[in-house]
Ligand binder design. Structure first.
Ligand code: MTE
Length: 448
């Protein structure tokens, strides 16, 4: 058996004017002169039949646009590349009326227009409590200290140069604000996936494991069981992180995002990356890490980012983002053009590890089919799924359901509300439903 026989996908039936299967085998067997001669023959014969046989589709292909015949822009016309002007509507957007002050608001990521799993840096969602700043990296410092000398032997202050000399890691992770989908607890509140799920992004972050820094400062893991991360902006953002997350090497101080330095809105020059944990713990403009032996109960964890339960009590320190998924295309606010084939695409993620499976329903959760997952599947990262769907012009309800490697299954609104009620803001990971009507219009609905 030749190598070509083992790869039948590469052996298409030979159309006239191209090499036959037998000829291809001979080429593969090393008869190069035969290839040259045959290609010339094939090339000469190509023009006539192609012109005679009109291809199906838009005849505009035959009109040569002017730009095809003129000199294009010079290489350095844009020293920093920008998207095409025809893509200028794909923007992060602020939800009108969400906050009275722009500096304490959110701009949502346009998930409906993205492919794959990486969020372009310019479209990464933003959430600031007190606005963003252009920080001079030459003047930025990170201090590692401890509330008791027994926790840490040598407290230290690092410059950005100090940090960037240390061995780095680069890892792809999602970041999701705990308040993502928070407007939908009671009822449908917003029309598009940008606003229901757009406090979500996924990037490759580069930086130094916090473990490396703590060990450099002589941490005693037996005594120091928590770290407190503090940001340098006016919001004094402070969050407790359990030491197990640091000790296992997952938490890192990041200066890089998608191959370049962080963007100012995302914490330039330094932020904390806490994989799987809600975005608020990913402290931006990171200036201090303190080690201690108990949770710090700061304002951003004792009063904010807590879950109001049906009995009126609050849950604190529920920071891990449970498995969740959403169909991003087609989705709310879009309109199907006509009946026929559509690729249904979305993203799934879990703060507890990898996504194992994503199921999709076209009838509001009665029947489920397993979607195709685009690998490689990464730990605590967005995972893209796709599935083909033939729309018959009738009403439909599209849903996706994520299952992670722990076996956890994304809940319905009915299941989630049974435990959590309807008054929460944070940690809504219910199954999202998009309703399609005969006109092809798609809206946000909730199915219990
Ligand atoms: N860090 C500081 N210093 N100040 C902030 O306002 N916002 C937090 C977190 N880190 C915040 C911060 C919140 S609530 C979220 S969801 C994420 O940053 C958002 O990160 P992003 O703006 O890069 O998307």
């Amino acid at each position: 058996m030749s190598d070509l026989d083992k790869q039948p996908g590469r052996l298409r039936p030979a159309p006239e004017n191209f090499l036959s299967e037998e000829q291809i085998r001979e080429v593969a067997a090393g008869r190069r002169s035969f290839l040259r001669r045959s290609l010339m023959v094939a090339g000469a014969a190509l023009a006539a039949p192609l012109a005679a046989r009109a291809a199906e589709g838009d005849p505009a292909i035959l009109e040569l646009p002017e730009w095809s015949t003129t000199l294009g822009q010079p290489v350095a016309a844009r020293p920093y590349g920008m998207p095409s002007k025809f893509e200028s509507q794909l923007l992060r957007r602020e939800s009108p009326g969400l906050a009275r002050v722009g500096g304490a608001s959110v701009s949502f990521c346009p998930l409906q227009g993205l492919f794959g799993i990486i969020t372009p840096s310019g479209l990464h969602f933003e959430r600031h409590h007190q606005g963003w700043h252009e920080v001079d990296p030459a003047r930025h410092r990170l201090m590692i200290n401890g509330s008791d000398p027994a926790f840490l032997k040598k407290p230290k202050v690092y410059t950005m140069d100090d940090l960037m000399r240390l061995p780095p890691v680069s890892r792809i992770h999602f970041i999701e604000c705990g308040a993502n989908t928070g407007l939908e607890w009671g009822n449908v509140a917003v029309p598009t996936v940008q606003y229901t799920h757009g406090m979500l992004s996924c990037s490759e972050f580069t930086g130094v494991p916090l473990k490396t820094l703590l060990e450099d400062c002589g941490v005693d893991y037996k005594k120091a069981r928590y770290v407190l991360a503090e940001g340098a902006d006016g919001s004094s953002m402070t969050r407790t992180i359990p030491m197990e997350m640091v000790e296992n090497g997952e938490v890192f101080v990041a200066y890089g995002m998608n191959g370049e330095m962080l963007r100012p809105e995302n914490g330039y020059p330094l932020r904390l990356v806490v994989p799987g944990v809600q975005g608020v713990s990913w402290v931006k403009w990171l200036r201090r890490i303190e080690v201690g032996d108990k949770p710090y109960a700061t304002k951003d964890e004792a009063v904010h980012y807590i879950d109001l339960m049906p009995d009126g009590t609050h849950r604190q320190y529920t920071s891990i983002q449970e498995a969740k998924s959403v169909i991003t295309s087609p989705s709310g606010g879009q309109t199907l053009l006509n009946q026929g084939f559509y690729n249904v695409s979305g993203v799934a993620w879990s703060g507890r590890g990898k996504i194992k499976q994503v199921d999709v329903s076209f009838d509001g959760g009665i029947n489920w089919q397993t979607a195709r997952i685009e690998g490689p599947v990464q730990n605590k990262a967005l995972t893209r799924f796709n599935i083909g769907w033939k729309w018959d012009g009738k009403p439909a309800i599209l849903q996706s359901r994520a299952i992670d490697e722990t076996g956890y299954v994304q809940p319905t609104y009915g299941q989630l509300r049974k435990v959590r009620g309807t008054k929460s803001i944070y940690h809504n990971n219910a199954i999202q439903s998009w309703k399609v009507v005969e006109s092809g219009e798609i809206t946000n609905v909730q199915v219990l």
